[in-house]
Design a protein around this ligand. Structure first.
Ligand code: NAP
Length: 251
């Protein structure tokens, strides 16, 4: 039996688990961080919760006699990816990173690229009129844990969309919208209009499930502040398609 660990929490990880499920002589374990209530589950065996850093993961890989690891976590799950790279280097268990491509910027998009959430907040502050009569209305889709980076900004009103609720208490300039993709362009356009949103702040997650907001922003002429992905650890092997990852996982 070839034993493969998939570090998951993404649509690609679920697709990979599904693709490998019927391969004879393979045993696949998918791992989730265990932080989302009611997560979408992959087929096959699933474990949940952190490993305890690179040390914990290295120990787990040895104990479970894992032959290969596919890190199919979200492009912004940088700690998990760093931990996987370190555990792989230490144990010799081969690692492949599966990352969907980032979103391409089109000629009609008004994007400003920044390299961190903090830089996005600074960019928002700089872009604001010095004495706004009305708060600038921001559509924030960077995740519930990023909210504190933006809530302290003066002169902004935030529509923060997330899968699970952010930690209370929330300041009065924040309205939370609990939702999980996939989203449609019509739906996103309606949301932008309903809340009179003026700027979108998002992360370059890539993929189809949440891309509709970018199309809606383009159509409605909304500027976008796009947070770039954190860099991958040096030397890791990278593929962008589930198919390539499935071939690699089979050895
Ligand atoms: P992170 O900051 O890189 O990870 C923090 C810690 O959570 C890791 O050090 C690890 O704990 C644990 N962890 C993360 N992913 C794990 C996994 N698949 N299995 C077991 N433990 C995991 O990651 P994050 O940004 O919080 O993301 C957590 C999960 O949500 C990931 O599975 C990711 O694919 C998914 N997700 C993230 C985003 C996002 O925007 N960041 C969006 C959608 C889905 P230990 O150090 O104890 O091992």
């Amino acid at each position: 039996m070839r034993r493969v660990l998939i570090l998951g929490g993404t649509a690609e990880a679920r697709a990979l688990a599904a693709e490998l499920a019927d391969v004879p002589s393979m045993h696949v374990v998918s791992s989730l961080a265990g932080r989302v209530t009611n997560p979408r589950l992959p087929v096959g065996e699933v474990r949940a919760g952190g490993f305890g850093g690179p040390d914990g993961l290295a120990t787990w890989l040895a104990a479970e006699r894992i032959d290969a690891v596919v890190d199919a976590t979200h492009p912004f799950a940088a700690r998990m990816t760093a931990s996987a790279a370190e555990a792989s280097a230490r144990t010799g268990v081969p690692l492949l990173v599966l990352r969907r491509p980032g979103w391409p910027q089109g000629p009609d998009d008004t994007w400003q690229r920044v390299d961190s959430l903090e830089a996005a907040a600074t960019r928002l502050a700089v872009a604001m009129p010095t004495e706004p009569t009305e708060p600038v209305r921001v559509f924030l889709t960077t995740g519930r844990r990023s909210l504190p980076v933006f809530t302290g900004l003066a002169g902004v009103w935030l529509l923060a969309r997330s899968v699970d609720p952010p930690e209370p208490p929330l300041p009065p300039n924040v309205r939370v919208l609990l939702d999980r993709g996939p989203y449609t362009v019509e739906g996103e356009r309606a949301l932008i209009r309903e809340h009179r949103l003026e700027v979108l702040v998002t992360k370059d997650s890539g993929g189809q499930l949440t891309a509709a907001k970018l199309v809606a922003a383009r159509q409605l002429g909304l500027p976008v502040i796009m947070v770039d992905r954190p860099p991958l650890p040096t030397g890791v092997r990278l593929v962008e398609s589930v198919n390539d990852a499935a071939l690699w996982a089979q050895g």
